[in-house]
Design a protein around this ligand. Structure first.
Ligand code: KIV
Ligand code: NA
Length: 268
C-alpha cells in the first residue's frame, strides 16, 4: 500500500521542491488529482464552487466532513487537509479542539486548516499540543469577508504589511506545519517566506512561496470567474456544455441510443 504524505513530510519541504496543492471536494476529482499533488485541500471554498453559496460563511461542519470523507476515499497518496469552517474554531480552544478531533476521526484526514486572524494562534498551539496538525492561512481571509467588505488583496500598505507579517510569525510560532498565504503582494510573500520556519503555500501570493495552491474548479475552468492570480489549465465548463449539447442533439434525432447501446432479447 502507498504511504500517504503527512504533516512532517510537508514541513520538510521548506525551501525545496515547491509543494503542489489543489483543492478537492469529491472522490473522482480527488482520484484524478492524487498523482500530481502533494496536498489535497478540502477547502471551505466548496461552499461557493460546489454549493453555490455567496461566500464561505455558511459552510458547516457537516459539509466539511462529508466532502472530507469523499476526498479521502478517492485519494491514496496525497496528504488531505480539511478546512475548519467559519464558527468552528474562533471561540474557546476546547471547542475548536472538539471540532478538529471530529473532523479527523470522521474523515481520516491528516490535518486541519484555520484562517489565522489575530486571536487564532493561541488555538493553533492548543490543537498542535494535543496532536492535531494545523495548517495556517494568512493574508486575505475569505471567512472575514463580511468584516472586510469584499475579497481584496491584503497588506499592500505599511500597516497591513506589519499586521500580516505578525500574524504569519504568530501562526508559525504556534506550531503550524505550513502556512497558506492568500492575496498579498510578492514582496510581502517573500518576506514572510524568509521569516518563518514552516513552508508557505501561496494563492495569489507570487512564486516567492514554498508551494502553490489553487481552487481546482478555477484552474479547471469549471467556475465562472478568473481573478488575476488564476491560470486556467482546462475548460471543463466548455467541455461539459459541448457534451450536453451533443447529447441533446443525439436524443432529439434518435441517434442515441444506437444498436451498441441497446439491449436485445436473448434468442433461444
Ligand atoms: O478554501 C479554500 O479553497 C482555501 C484555499 C484557496 C487556500 O482555503
Ligand atoms: Na478556505
Amino acid at each position: 500500500t502507498v504511504r500517504r504524505l503527512a504533516a512532517p513530510d510537508i514541513a520538510a519541504r521548506k525551501g525545496g521542491v515547491p509543494i503542489v496543492c489543489l483543492t478537492a471536494y469529491t472522490a473522482p476529482v480527488a482520484a484524478a488529482l492524487d498523482d500530481a499533488c502533494d496536498v489535497l485541500l478540502v477547502g471551505d471554498s466548496l461552499g461557493m464552487v460546489v454549493h453555490g453559496l455567496p461566500n464561505t460563511v455558511g459552510v458547516t461542519m457537516e459539509m466539511m466532513i462529508l466532502h472530507g470523507q469523499a476526498v479521502m476515499r478517492g485519494s491514496r497518496k496525497a496528504m488531505v487537509v480539511v478546512d475548519m469552517p467559519f464558527g468552528s474554531y474562533e471561540g474557546a480552544p476546547e471547542e475548536a479542539y472538539a471540532n478538529a478531533v471530529r473532523i479527523m476521526k470522521e474523515t481520516g484526514a491528516q490535518a486541519v486548516k484555520v484562517e489565522s486572524g489575530p486571536t487564532v494562534p493561541d488555538t493553533i498551539r492548543y490543537l498542535v499540543d494535543r496532536g492535531v496538525p494545523v495548517m495556517g492561512h494568512v493574508g486575505l481571509r475569505p471567512q472575514a469577508v463580511l468584516v472586510d467588505g469584499g475579497f481584496k488583496a491584503k497588506g499592500r500598505d505599511e500597516e497591513g504589511r506589519q499586521k500580516i507579517l505578525a500574524e504569519a510569525r504568530a501562526t508559525a510560532d504556534a506550531g503550524a506545519f505550513a502556512v497558506v498565504i492568500e492575496g498579498v503582494a510578492e514582496a510581502l510573500a517573500r518576506e514572510i517566506t524568509e521569516a518563518i520556519a514552516p513552508p508557505t503555500i501561496g494563492i495569489g501570493a507570487s512564486a516567492g512561496c514554498d508551494g502553490q495552491v489553487l481552487v481546482s474548479d478555477d484552474m479547471l475552468g469549471l467556475f465562472d470567474w478568473t481573478p488575476k492570480f488564476v491560470r486556467r489549465y482546462a475548460d471543463l465548463k466548455g467541455a461539459i456544455e459541448k457534451a450536453a449539447a451533443d447529447y441533446a442533439r443525439d436524443v432529439q434525432d434518435r441517434s442515441f441510443p444506437g444498436p451498441a447501446e441497446t439491449y436485445y432479447a436473448k434468442k433461444d
